[in-house]
Design a protein around this ligand. Structure first.
Ligand SMILES: [Mn+2]
Length: 294
């Protein structure tokens, strides 16, 4: 028997749950993917390929090994059973948040954000959501379904209120969706003045960041369910995330990577690096970072 084992955790994270202040979970659901399903295979693919990058971030001068974070693996979700999967994600997130841990979720499709944000909203007063995506996801229903990757931010907006939703990168949607974004004032540009305005508006309120990887241009990130041309590049995205570093972020998710379409494997490395940097930038000890806790 080999004396040492390498567990397929994100970047080899080994902190036990009871010692961890942050927790990573995989939400392996893609039941409502309408174009190119496969994102339910993302978390383990990202874990396996994450060993190819360092745990140290030269840009931030910090190391993932210095953060007490546990990778719990994937929630065992019943494929094809959307409502039961959403319930299970909510239950798991609720348990982890009750233990005052900073929650990092990897999708899966974008609908996984709904139960995660719902549970965060039970804990945090005036929760803000920063939604980075190519698509507005503001349809009221899609293909006859009110719960869909295409409706997720409409459902989120109904929970947190239209003033608390901030959307960046959106370049696809119906006219109704763009009219709604205009009415709500939720759409922000990439320029520093736009991001500064957003930051000023969020202030010190708790905020949740939901990153749909299709915000990136399909030229560099083709492995996603619904690619949309005209996106930003990696450095632009990482700089937007760095710019938000002093916000009071209480949880994050990264969704919509589809490894079945990642022929060269570069998208899994892009996803892994983004997740590493987001944890390093946004991690706060949850038991001291909740000034607005209910
Ligand atoms: Mn999207």
């Amino acid at each position: 028997m080999r004396p040492n084992f390498v567990n397929p955790t994100f970047m080899g994270l080994q902190t036990p749950y009871n010692q961890a202040k942050a927790v990573l979970i995989g939400c392996t659901m893609d039941d409502t993917s309408s174009f190119r399903p496969g994102s339910r295979f993302a978390p383990n693919n990202i874990r396996c390929n994450s060993i190819a990058i360092e745990s140290y971030s030269p840009a931030l001068g910090s190391d993932l090994e210095d953060i007490p974070i546990a990778d719990l693996g994937d929630i065992d979700l019943p494929c094809g059973k959307k409502e039961r999967s959403l319930d299970k994600i909510a239950q798991t997130a609720g348990d982890i948040l009750a233990d005052k841990k900073f929650l990092v979720a990897i999708g899966g499709e974008h609908l996984i954000s709904l139960p995660l944000i719902t549970e965060q909203n039970k804990i945090h007063h005036s929760l803000n959501v920063i939604h980075l995506d190519a698509h507005s996801d503001l349809r009221d229903e899609y293909q006859g379904e009110t719960l869909s990757h295409a409706t997720v931010m409409k459902r989120v907006m109904e929970i947190i209120g239209p003033k608390n939703l901030y959307q960046i990168g959106i370049r696809s949607g119906t006219k109704n969706e763009f009219d709604l974004m205009n009415d709500m004032g939720s759409l922000y540009g990439y320029e520093e003045q736009d991001l500064a305005r957003m930051k000023y508006s969020v202030g010190t309120s708790p905020c949740y960041i939901s990153l749909d990887l299709d915000i990136l241009d399909p030229g560099i990130f083709p492995a996603t369910g619904t690619p949309e041309p005209g996106g930003i590049n990696f450095n632009q995205l990482i700089n937007i995330l760095y710019y938000m570093k002093d916000l009071n972020v209480i949880g994050i998710d990264v969704v919509e990577y589809n490894p079945l379409l990642d022929l060269c494997g570069q998208c899994s490395i892009i996803a892994a690096k983004l997740i590493r940097e987001m944890i390093l930038v946004f991690y706060r000890q949850a038991d001291v970072a909740y000034p607005n806790q209910r």
